[in-house]
Write a protein that binds this ligand. Structure first.
Ligand code: FAD
Length: 413
């Protein structure tokens, strides 16, 4: 299989244009082309009057034709062997695993990180136990709508906490700017499709799912983890972690992790614990810090959300082609580099979405953006943020960034 990149065709090209472009680019005959798949499709809308679709394709050829083409690679820099994007498990448990419950890995938190960790461990036969402070996703959906409609906050089941984690009520944007040389993102997208996501997420360059579909997918992934022998416990908050030499005066002697205690008072023992608690569980960060776990402050961004009519953004980006079904609701990205050295930029732009209240603490306000799969709400919204750093802005303490967040989030500030 060969990967062919940067095949550019006009937005309204015909079905035949794609194979013809392949034959032209690879200089092969129609008989030599055995088949092809679209690996990724994106668009270039820099020229509104001439929007182009850009394809990355996997091309099926006989070995001899493939060899011939690769020998001419210097002349065809956009061609190379298709990479192996299959996920490789690092281990597989023996059939009699576990000899005792204490060998099972524990995952704290059932957001995207916890779900994928639990799924992969379950697929390796390691029968993980997940503990999640919030409720199951359907119940959580009711709690969250209760907050939006009646301002009744449940501090353990809300936009941030509960099955699916932060972002279950979200735009469901599925791309990242992180380099992915091991194709781990592909594994995630494939699992999402198995769980019910539309297949197009495998080929769109900026795939998204939308809130309603996410809820069903999260339920399906939970069912698969349980089918493989995993266990998921909701409404169980981890209150402390246990380590060897626990309680000894010399904190330096605290060693290997041995288990956790839950808010119910129950203790679970394991030497393999994954903390997948996200970036909102401030009380849990404090708990870990108080227990002597090394914590380092990291830079983050703060700002506000802006909204404007989606039709304005569509026209500005796509001109006459606004509303074209392939293009969907338009996105934008803005950045301004200030003389002070700081940069202000748009982040988490939600086309055709809604601004939602997303706090998990009483008396505070945090906003975020969410949309449905169709992205057909009237307005677009985006965060406009500035990067801040521990060195410049909150140097006092590893958790000082949280103090700053809390100050900024007070209602009526
Ligand atoms: C409204 C909204 C929209 C977003 N939209 C997008 C988007 O479109 N695309 C995107 O890439 N990102 C989006 N994000 C960000 C994204 O949701 C997060 O980056 C992602 O959820 C982080 O995943 P995580 O698993 O690390 O943590 P989280 O999703 O935060 O999950 C952590 C889980 O741990 C649980 N937990 C915490 N402490 C404990 C404890 N002590 N005991 C037991 N359980 C605990 C929590 O209840 C939570 O369910 C959005 C976020 C929000 C809030």
């Amino acid at each position: 299989m060969l990967r062919l990149s940067e095949i550019k065709l006009p937005l309204n090209h015909t079905e035949n244009d794609l194979p013809e472009a392949i034959l032209r680019t690879l200089k092969i005959s129609a008989q030599e082309l055995l088949g092809f798949n679209i690996y990724k499709r994106s668009y270039d809308a820099r020229k509104k009057g001439n929007i182009m679709l850009i394809y990355q394709l996997d091309i099926e050829l006989s070995d001899s034709v493939e060899k011939r083409i690769l020998e001419t690679t210097p002349a065809l820099p956009r061609v190379g062997p298709s990479p192996d994007t299959n996920y490789k498990f690092v281990a597989q448990a023996a059939t009699e695993f576990p000899a005792s419950n204490q060998q099972r890995p524990i995952i704290i938190g059932f957001g995207p990180c916890g779900i994928l960790a639990a799924l992969v461990l379950a697929q390796m036969g390691l029968k993980p136990i997940v503990v999640e402070r919030g409720r199951e996703v359907r119940q959580r959906t009711q709690d969250t709508w209760g907050f939006w409609r009646k301002r009744k906050l449940d501090s353990d089941s809300n936009v941030q906490f509960g099955e699916g984690g932060a972002g279950t009520f979200s735009d469901g944007k599925l791309w990242s700017q992180v380099k992915d040389r091991r194709h781990l993102g592909r594994k995630v997208l494939k699992e999402f499709v198995i769980a019910g996501a539309p297949e197009e997420i495998l080929t769109e360059s900026r795939p998204h799912i939308g809130t309603f579909k996410l809820v069903t997918m999260v339920e399906n992934m939970r069912a698969e983890i349980i089918r493989l022998g995993g266990e998921i416990r909701f409404e169980q908050k981890v209150d402390s972690i246990l380590r060897e030499n626990h309680g000894e005066a010399d904190s330096e002697s605290h060693g290997q992790i041995t288990g956790i205690t839950l808010s119910s008072g129950e203790t679970l023992h394991s030497r393999h614990i994954i903390l997948a608690i996200g970036h909102s569980a401030r009380d849990s960060f404090q708990m870990l810090y108080d227990q002597g776990v090394y914590i380092e402050a990291k830079p983050f961004s703060i700002g506000f959300r802006i909204e404007h009519p989606q039709s304005t953004i569509d026209r500005a980006r796509f001109g006459q082609q606004a509303g074209h079904p392939i293009l969907g609701a338009a996105e934008y990205k803005l950045v301004h580099h200030c003389k002070s050295g700081r940069s202000v930029y748009s982040f988490c732009m939600c086309p055709g979405g809604t601004v939602v209240a997303a706090t998990s603490e009483e008396g505070r306000v945090v906003t975020n953006g969410m949309s449905q799969y169709s992205r057909n709400e009237r307005n677009a919204n985006a965060a406009i943020v500035v990067g801040i750093s521990p060195e410049q802005d909150f140097p006092d303490h590893p958790l000082a960034g949280i103090d700053l967040q809390r100050k900024l989030e007070i209602i009526g500030l």
